[in-house]
Write a new protein. Structure first.
Length: 470
């Protein structure tokens, strides 16, 4: 199809969904079982046609984290939250910010729900949790950035902070007055109890209407409603040039490479700032810029030399989905693929902290950024090999999921033809001579075409060359 045509097709596809879950389990207690949601997630990831939308939504979920491990436990909260990221993945970043901010799941996770204005009589103040993380992790980062992602330096060549404690305090006041949606049949309260279907709504009685000065010395005027204050905040964020390189670099890291060059970041950030039609935050334009950038496409030519510092480690969820998709897997409706992901330290929807499964700032021993390597250990390396072994040599991957190597067998008219097809299916025709030789040796040691195919696949799928997406 060519990359532009593929992108155009992906932007127009219908979307995969996650199943709504009951509020209560069969015993009448809150339903905390995420397994059905996790199972359908992997079904979609392996067999769904909307690969790009799912991929971008997953990346956004690792930036805008909501976790069952740290507060949002009911299973029914996750399909609605996922739909926010899915439905806005190809929209505008401003819409993502607003929808997530008003999500009751995020409201619970980072304490914005029932975050009321200060009450001197009770010695209470607005909760600062979401205000701080919204700036630090979701939009601006700790330091102001040049368009290429480098730190803006001020006096004495010191980095310029994007905000200080006074800004955090004022941001928290801006975000006061929102409560959970009201369940059907219930009576709306000033402080509703946690409920995760729908959007949080404003309670003006609980909103701080005084003037607030936030980042960039932007003044939120007095007398505004909770919704007006939120709109003013979102407008101010969209005008902060630091957000473009901050968000763009994280998306590049998730989708292409952990160590993009400053020039790559700048090219994408400029598209974030202006999609060509004067629009900021156009996600389709940003995604297109990320995936079609010359740096992203440098390895398209199989004869080109490979930059050893390019790419990123396949995190467990993406590793599992890619292996199973490449092996033509049939995914059982009640699959337990997430158990394999959990063994590899990535339990879906159970991020250990607001920094997600791994920190975007994590570095490898030689100083390169390598976020996914934070959960890569001797144990998880063995788990990856075990999964490949289960897939190729077990009757099922997880009790329900089976694979089909028939296309590989059909293309195994010779050892070189078989390896060429494996390289096409899993390495975009970039298999090195060294890996080709190792896979050839493994195939030659096996008896029968199917056994040779599986031996070669095992070597390739457990190799560093495959584990690192280039």
């Amino acid at each position: 199809m060519g990359v532009p045509n593929w992108l155009h097709a992906q932007f127009g596809l219908n979307t995969s969904d996650l199943p709504d879950q009951p509020l209560l389990a069969s015993d009448g207690k809150p339903n905390l079982n995420l397994a059905p949601v996790q199972a359908v997630f992997f079904q979609n990831a392996v067999t769904g046609q909307d690969q790009l939308r799912q991929r971008v939504a997953f990346a956004l979920s690792e930036i805008w984290v909501v976790s069952a491990q740290s507060g949002v436990r009911p299973a029914y909260a996750y399909p609605p939250y996922w739909r926010i990221l899915r439905d806005n993945a190809f929209g505008n970043y401003r819409d993502i910010m607003k929808a997530v901010t008003l999500s009751p799941a995020m409201g619970r996770y980072l304490n914005m729900a029932n975050n009321n204005k200060a009450n001197p009589a009770k010695d209470t103040a607005a909760n600062e949790n979401y205000a701080r993380e919204m700036m630090q992790l979701f939009t601006l980062g700790l330091c102001q950035l040049n368009t290429d992602g480098s730190q803006l330096l001020g006096q004495n060549q010191a980095p310029v902070p994007t905000y200080d404690q006074s800004v955090v305090t004022n941001m928290a006041r801006v975000l006061t007055g929102w409560t959970y949606p009201t369940p059907s049949g219930a009576t709306a309260q000033h402080d509703n109890t946690a409920y995760y279907i729908g959007q949080m709504y404003p309670v003006e009685h609980n909103h701080d209407t005084t003037q607030k000065t936030i980042f960039g010395n932007v003044v939120i005027p007095a007398g505004q409603t909770a919704e007006q204050d939120l709109e003013s905040l979102l407008d101010a964020l969209m005008q902060q040039t630091t957000m473009a390189p901050f968000v763009s670099k994280q998306l590049i890291q998730h989708l292409v490479t952990s160590n993009p060059s400053p020039a790559y970041v700048e090219r994408v950030a400029n598209v974030f700032l202006n999609d060509g039609n004067g629009v900021r935050g156009d996600m389709q334009a940003v995604i297109t810029a990320i995936l079609t950038d010359p740096e992203a496409r440098a390895n398209d030519d199989p004869n080109a030399s490979v930059n050893p510092n390019f790419g990123h480690l396949r995190e467990p969820v993406l590793f599992l989905a890619n292996v199973l998709r490449g092996l033509n897997a049939t995914i059982g409706a009640g699959n337990a693929i997430n158990q394999h992901a959990t063994q590899m330290a990535q339990n879906l929807f159970n991020e250990p902290s607001v920094f997600s499964y791994f920190s975007p700032q994590y570095r490898t021993e030689n100083g390169l950024l390598g976020p996914e390597f934070q959960i890569y250990s001797t144990a998880t390396v063995a788990d990856r090999a075990d999964v490949v072994n289960h897939a190729l040599y077990g009757s099922t991957v997880d009790g329900t999921t089976t694979i089909d190597v028939t296309p590989f067998v059909k293309n195994a008219t010779s050892t070189s033809a078989m390896l060429d097809y494996i390289s096409y299916a899993f390495l975009h025709h970039t298999m090195s001579a060294a890996l080709t030789q190792q896979a050839t040796d493994a195939a030659n040691a096996a008896s029968g075409t199917a056994a040779q195919v599986k031996a070669a696949l095992y070597v390739v799928l457990t190799s560093g060359e495959y584990q690192i997406i280039q």
